[in-house]
Design a protein around this ligand. Structure first.
Ligand SMILES: [Zn+2]
Ligand SMILES: [Zn+2]
Length: 335
């Protein structure tokens, strides 16, 4: 099979992913194999490739927003059928019996393992996943539309929950990339007013088209204080202005898996009056199933840009340089 493989950590501008032929993987017991249709790219892929996250398996096939059809079932699989369409996300293993797993917080399990980081992911024509961590994809979505939901959607959904937006409340989104453009669709469908702060003009244009109540370049220009905010940009320096934009009692959710250092904050100006910071760590499988069900009801329509698998380096360079509106998706049968 064709795959894009990372041999060594390196800057994405050096095109560190290499197109190779690999044997089609055999699914171990309890795993299914997918014939991959497409795989959306994510900022976390950049953090893996460029070494912002601690190095795990190398070489590695990145990619954790994978859509395909089941083409092999190993012994021990009992839920899925051959030919069924499924998705693979970032979370692929939890222990099931630690204090976090048994408390419904499997996202915090000490033994979590992730797709495209600890195990090969979806930048390839075939991928395997534990059956228990594969998601059925609702019929409401085509393959390319479904792919961004598997991380951008799921993490955005959890970030929105962690932002504790009160009924009828005002939300601010900092950064308007893949995840934010899904979240704004959920927020608006639930009747929230959403404002967007982002640097890129084309991102601001997409936010306007998606019904943002207010769109601008700086947090300090927000016309009114908000009940909740979600910071998607991995930029620690945005935390103080985002905190300052909150009403008393407001909550800022930090959606990223990686963020640059947080600057010092002034207690009265940025934190006092019961304003809270909630980080967001991965997701539970329930988050994933709930997101997919709600996304199908709305229905969410991700804005996508497709690339052939062999152009994964270019796709990620475009992501890093803010040249993609919505989500970039690698498509296997595009050449
Ligand atoms: Zn556990
Ligand atoms: Zn991701």
């Amino acid at each position: 099979m064709r795959a894009m493989i990372l041999d060594e950590i390196g800057p994405i501008d050096s095109s560190p992913l290499r197109l190779v032929e690999l044997p089609i993987p055999e699914p171990p017991p309890g795993h299914v194999r997918l014939k991959v249709s497409c795989c959306a790219i994510c900022r976390t892929d950049l953090h893996v490739i460029e070494g912002d996250l601690p190095q795990q398996k190398l070489p590695i096939v990145p990619g954790h927003q994978v859509v395909g059809t089941v083409d092999a079932l190993a012994p021990g699989c009992e839920r899925l059928q051959l030919g069924q369409r499924v998705g693979v996300a970032w979370l692929r293993h939890t222990c099931g019996d630690c204090e976090f797993c048994t408390a419904g917080k499997e996202n915090l399990c000490e033994s979590t393992r992730f797709t495209g980081y600890h195990a090969d992911g979806g930048y390839a024509e075939y991928a395997t996943v534990p059956e228990a961590f594969a998601y059925e994809i609702p019929d409401a979505f085509g393959d390319i539309e479904a792919a961004p939901l598997l991380c951008a959607g799921i993490i955005g959904y959890r970030a929105l929950r962690r932002a504790e937006l009160p009924r009828g409340g005002r939300l601010a989104l900092y950064g308007f990339g893949s995840s934010a453009h899904v979240v704004i669709q959920i927020a608006r469908h639930r009747g929230f007013e959403a404002s967007v702060v982002t640097r890129g003009e084309s991102h601001r244009e997409l936010a306007r088209r998606m019904g943002a109540a207010w769109v601008g370049e700086n947090a300090t220009d927000l016309p009114v204080k908000v009940d909740s905010a979600i910071l998607f940009a991995p930029a620690g320096e945005l935390v103080p202005p985002a905190m300052e934009s909150l009403k008393k009692g407001g909550t800022l959710a930090l959606a990223g898996i990686y963020m640059t250092e947080l600057p010092a904050m002034d207690y009265e100006r940025h934190v006092f009056y019961e304003r809270d910071i909630h980080s967001v760590t991965c997701n539970t499988r329930d988050d994933g199933r709930e997101l997919l069900a709600e996304a199908a009801r709305i229905p969410i329509r991700p804005h996508t840009t497709t690339y052939p698998l062999s152009e994964a380096n270019r796709a990620l360079q475009d992501l890093k340089n803010d040249r993609i509106d919505g989500t970039g998706v690698l498509v296997m049968d595009q050449s």
